[in-house]
Design a protein around this ligand. Structure first.
Ligand SMILES: [Zn+2]
Length: 84
């Protein structure tokens, strides 16, 4: 019964930390799943993130170099605002 909540990130802060790792290119398949799961259960994060990831798909490629510089900056600002 609690299995799903163990997979899904509990808080937006965890989500932000994983997203941060993603930006650093240090994210693995497990973290990718956690991010996607969180977006599924957290409308605020999903909404905000949707507006930023128009050209980037989490886990789509997992290569940090493919994230445009301005999008990276937007994501970082999003993290700063959303995670404090
Ligand atoms: Zn959230």
């Amino acid at each position: 019964m609690t299995e799903k909540s163990q997979v899904v990130m509990k808080t937006c802060r965890d989500f932000c930390e994983h997203l941060s790792d993603y930006l650093d290119g240090e994210i693995g398949p497990n973290e990718c799943v956690l991010i996607e799961e969180h977006l599924d259960i957290c409308p605020p994060c999903a909404l905000l993130f949707e507006s930023l990831k128009t050209t980037v798909q989490i886990c789509g490629r997992g290569v940090t170099d493919e994230i445009p510089a301005d999008l990276r900056e937007n994501l970082k600002q999003f993290l700063r605002r959303h995670c404090t």
